[in-house]
Design a protein around this ligand. Structure first.
Ligand code: TXA
Ligand code: MG
Length: 282
């Protein structure tokens, strides 16, 4: 299904067999939990035991939209969906097709990004890996994703909120809504699931550079030359095109794709995160 972030592989969140097929199709390790997608915020009670004040504030500010909130899990959600955790990650997507599909299904839907494990997430229906597409009931083409990178993941089950994955909704925006600092990364005593160092990577190796050389294929903030793509100076526009541009460059068989280092600052945090994971060797 399309979402505003990336395309996802949808399955009934209460059906362990369907979820097992999702893991198999992605080649995803079983210790990496899925996000449960709801049509509306008030659906939380079907999958979580509690929706605390921080969750309520975040949902009011950012749902429907690209924010995933980790909540205490209700027993009805099969453990395979949450990789055995007693928490469940939940989001209400903004894409009208995703919401219509969840409504029509009548159940919450798990939906990991529709990529093979560690590969690029698709932001266009045509970028879905053919092996994955062949294993699906169908592909709903909802056009190009508006956000272009995966949702922000925030855990509000502990004494302090923790940012587990940066995204379009930034750390500062979350802090402004909650009125408290947001810590980076998982609590050391808990497992930090899905924090695989290599992720979001095309097949062609990526190298980060200060400035592209004239004949170097890649992404530049300057005037693009041959085999080069211009990078928007606005971080939201940059994120919107990033995976599609990398997917296109990946098909051209270059030895390497060079990407110019992106600016510092909160608004670029998610893009820095994705690029740094894309260059981490196997
Ligand atoms: O934008 C998105 O979130 C997309 C679209 C399709 O909605 N989905 C997505 O799902 O990116 P996935 O499975 O590729 O990434 C889910 C990540 C996991 O890698 C994990 O880090 C985190 O969400 N997560 C899921 N359940 C969690 C939990 N109970 N506790 C902590 N992190 C969790
Ligand atoms: Mg993913």
């Amino acid at each position: 299904m399309p979402t505003e972030t990336v395309y996802g592989i949808a399955a009934n969140a209460f059906d362990p067999d369907a979820i097992a097929r999702t893991f198999a199709l992605k080649g995803r390790p079983s210790d990496n939990p899925l996000i449960v997608h709801l049509a509306r915020a008030d659906g939380w009670a079907r999958v979580a035991t509690e929706f605390n004040e921080q969750a309520q504030r975040l949902a009011t500010a950012f749902w429907p939209g690209p924010l995933t909130i980790v909540l205490p899990k209700l027993a009805d959600v099969p453990l395979i969906a949450t990789a055995g955790l007693d928490t469940v990650a939940v989001r209400v997507p903004a894409h009208p097709v995703a919401r219509a599909l969840i409504e029509a299904a009548g159940v919450p839907l798990t939906a990991p990004s529709a990529n093979r494990f560690t590969m690029l997430s698709p932001t266009r229906a045509e970028d879905i890996d053919p092996v994955i597409a062949a294993g699906l009931a169908c592909v709903l083409d909802g056009g190009a994703a508006e956000v272009g990178i995966e949702s922000t993941v925030i855990d509000v089950t502990g004494s302090e909120p923790r940012l587990l994955r940066p995204g379009r909704v930034t750390r500062r925006q979350i802090e402004a809504v909650l009125g408290v600092p947001v810590l980076l990364g998982g609590d050391g005593s808990k497992r930090s699931p899905g924090m695989h160092p290599r992720h979001y990577a095309p097949r062609t190796p990526i190298r980060l550079v200060e400035t592209l050389a004239l004949d170097q294929p890649g992404i530049t903030f300057g005037t693009p030359g041959l085999n080069q793509v211009g990078a928007p100076s606005d971080p939201e526009a940059y994120a919107r095109q990033l995976y599609a541009v990398l997917a296109d460059l990946d098909r051209r068989g270059f030895r390497e794709i060079a990407v110019e280092i992106v600016p510092e600052g909160d608004a670029w945090e998610a893009i820095r995160d994705r690029l740094s994971r894309a260059i981490t060797p196997g």
